[in-house]
Write a protein that binds this ligand. Structure first.
Ligand SMILES: NCc1[nH]cc(CCC(=O)O)c1CC(=O)O
Length: 315
């Protein structure tokens, strides 16, 4: 080893957003690094960074625009050296990182499925005709409308507690959350039912945590290599190649999931019209090592199949 491991006097600074979920994820990275290198927790500092997305809470995300909303300030802190690594929900990450930064470390993926959240009901099928569902996710909105055009979807932002209160107040019959978030926060008391990916294909990278670093920081590279989960990395390289080729943004409802079985990968992808009036998808099996190429090829195929009209609503 040609570098000094962090110490309580010179800790490794871990950047994160301040939500309960983000903090739990940053703590998990710290715990794994501490265990891998036999270091005390004091050798790490969790640095909370407020992002534009955290500051603007009264407008729909799509109006503010851009996937970098929850990452820009954190990446600036990496580049100026005020933090050494940054922990992200990969679902919220743009496919391209700014020059000088790299994400090549993933923790073992949590449950990638969506959760159906309702005080009384167990699934989308249980919702009465014309019922109201709350979500701020364009993907979930489009998928719900595709399956159940009779349902009304209303905008639901705010943290978990706010959303659960809205259900209690009768603003909507049900909402959706990621199973991963519920599990990481140990929120098993929230009424929840996992939705099968056949019924609602998850967001690209849902349930996966990635760690970003400076490309030229060889100490961070070495330390992170010790906690990297290869299977998750392989899934994400396929899913993110699909997303990158589609040029996904908050404007485009896109879903996708790679699953590993032995040496094979099953990759599913879906692109929807925002109103849920139409969707196209694909489902392929390939060698795990061909995942990224398969993701790119699937995206090209869906783009060709969709034709220019399908994406008219894009800006
Ligand atoms: N867009 C917000 C976001 N980003 C990541 C998660 C959940 C955790 C994960 O997918 O890793 C959530 C909340 C949700 O969808 O319920």
């Amino acid at each position: 080893m040609t570098y000094q491991l962090p110490t309580p006097a010179r800790p490794l600074n871990i950047g994160t957003r301040g939500s309960l979920l983000a903090l739990a994820q940053a703590n998990e990275v710290r715990d794994r690094l501490a265990a891998a290198f036999d270091l005390p927790f004091e050798a790490f500092t969790i640095v909370v960074i407020k992002t534009t997305g955290d500051k603007i809470i009264d407008r729909p995300l799509k109006e503010i625009g851009g996937k970098g909303l929850f990452t820009r300030e954190i990446e600036a802190a990496l580049l100026d050296g005020s933090i050494d690594i940054a922990v992200h929900s990969m679902k919220d990450m743009p496919t391209l990182q700014p020059g000088g930064l790299l994400i090549d470390t993933y923790l073992p993926r949590e449950d990638c499925r969506d959760a159906f959240i309702s005080p009384h009901l167990k699934s989308i099928a249980d919702l009465p005709q014309g019922a109201v569902v709350g979500t701020s996710s364009l993907r979930r909105r489009a998928q719900v409308k595709l399956r159940r055009p009779d349902l009304e979807v209303v905008e639901f932002r705010g943290n978990l507690q706010t959303r659960l209160k809205k259900l209690d107040d009768g603003v909507a019959e049900a909402t959706f959350l990621a199973m991963a978030g519920l599990n990481r926060l140990k929120m098993d008391d929230v009424p929840q039912a996992a939705v099968h990916p056949d019924d609602m294909l998850p967001a690209i990278a849902q349930g996966a945590i990635g760690v970003e670093r400076r490309i030229d920081d060889s100490r961070a590279a070495d330390m992170l290599a010790a906690i990297h989960d290869r299977a998750t990395g392989e899934q994400l390289s396929a899913e993110r190649a699909f997303l990158a080729t589609l040029d996904g943004s908050c404007e485009t409802p896109i879903a996708g999931l790679a699953e590993l079985n032995g040496t094979e990968m099953r990759l599913r992808g879906q692109v929807l019209r925002p109103d849920g009036s139409d969707a196209i998808g694909d489902d392929v099996t390939c060698a795990i090592s061909d995942g990224a190429a398969a993701g790119e090829a699937m995206a090209r195929k869906l783009l060709a199949e969709a034709g220019p009209g399908f994406f008219d609503w894009r800006e």
